[in-house]
Design a binder for this molecule. Structure first.
Ligand code: PLP
Length: 368
């Protein structure tokens, strides 16, 4: 007899999300100095938080005894303005991950189906499982979402279709024409979610906000965790038609985004200098890895985001061996890609260190 028999069976069946290994934990386990560890496992901003966000957060701390604005007025207004939308189109989340959960709360039940690509961000599957919905996984040849096949997979029971663009962990992107063709095939009873956590990295990402403006049943997800360097704050947002947004607002906790985070995010939104610097560092880091992998004959997936999927063979082993030398990458066996690891683009120094350690690990494996 265990307590499990009294619990929601969907919770019992869940396999918990495995995040990138934390620096502190790695330091503790290996007896290393945390400052010597390079973490390139969670697509974080290697330049750190937006400096404007840091000073706004310091100021906000003085008011930490007051409950946050539960309606997130200032931040939502700034987001709405920057995209020429209205307040009613903007939903804040405790990370965009929370908005994924709100969408599932709102639209899923045990009869519903959620469609995503085979190598899509794994949180969609976890959430579908949690809500007892059917998770429909559509093959993605060449690691690119096959939107025609995803449209074919829509049934009467489909409620949500997730399109991660660029996708994590593959870094691939679908283009405007493909999205537009897909959208002509989506019926009323289906909500399309464009997860655009890496939207700010590619030079010309497709425009999906036009579907919000057209009042289609879509939700576009963005986050402060990546380009703005505020992953620890947990702030993301959804841009949705008002009907969809109003439902999501009902499903959230009253104070789901804390006041320090709201202040930091508001300042970060205006910090175009930090955004541009981050893009430049990412571009040169990407070029560094692309030429290094090509020289070594290592297969990789061309990426539009701030990370790369590279085929090293024995991903779990490569992860463990690199960890021993203080470099944290992400093994991909949970994505059914046991031969691959995902590396986030770091600073120039971090990239060199990571490559050096990867080289030594692959050389040792070749001898063994
Ligand atoms: C990183 C990431 C997110 C962002 O998560 P937050 O909860 O906003 O930190 C969302 N979707 C994808 C695909 C991601 O890779």
């Amino acid at each position: 007899m265990t307590i499990d028999q009294y619990a929601n069976r969907f919770v019992c069946d869940l396999v918990a999300y495995e995040p990138g290994k934390p620096i502190d934990e790695t330091a503790r386990e290996l007896g290393l100095d945390p400052s010597q560890i390079v973490k390139v496992a969670s697509n974080e901003n290697p330049l750190g938080p937006s400096p404007l966000a840091k000073s706004a957060m310091r100021e906000a701390i003085e008011e930490a005894h007051i409950y946050p604005d539960g309606g997130g007025y200032r931040l939502r207004a700034a987001i709405a303005e920057s995209f020429e939308m209205e307040l009613g189109n903007v939903v804040l989340g405790n990370g965009s991950n929370e908005i994924i959960e709100l969408l599932c709360h709102t639209f899923l039940n045990r009869d519903a189906e959620l469609i995503a690509a085979e190598h899509a961000f794994v949180v969609y599957k976890l959430m579908a499982t949690l809500f007892g919905a059917k998770y429909v996984e559509v093959p993605d040849p060449g690691f690119i979402h096959d939107l025609d096949a995803m449209a074919d997979a829509i049934t009467e029971k489909t409620r949500l279709v997730f399109i991660a663009n660029p996708n994590n962990p593959t870094g691939t992107m679908v283009d405007q024409t493909t999205i537009d063709r897909f959208m002509t095939r989506v019926p009323e009873h289906v909500i399309v979610v464009f997860d655009e956590a890496y939207f700010e990295f590619p030079d010309s990402p497709p425009d999906t906000l036009k579907y919000v403006r057209e009042d289609r049943n879509v939700c576009v997800l963005r986050t402060f965790s990546k380009i703005h360097g505020l992953a620890a704050l947990r702030v993301g947002y959804g841009l949705a038609s008002k009907n969809v947004a109003t439902l999501l607002q009902k499903a959230r906790q009253p104070f789901n985004v804390n006041a320090i985070a709201q202040a930091g995010a508001l300042a970060a939104l205006a910090d175009t200098e930090h955004i541009e610097k981050t893009r430049a560092v990412n571009r040169s880091g990407m070029a560094f890895y692309e030429s290094a992998f090509a020289e070594r004959g290592l297969e990789y997936v061309p990426s539009y985001a701030n990370f790369l999927l590279v085929k090293t063979g024995g991903g779990d082993r490569v992860f463990r061996d690199m960890l021993k030398q203080g470099v944290i990458v992400r093994a991909m066996s949970s994505y059914k890609l046991p031969e691959w690891v995902r590396i986030s683009i770091g600073t120039e120094k971090q990239n060199r260190r990571c490559l050096e350690v990867l080289d030594s690990v692959l050389a040792a494996a070749a001898v063994a």
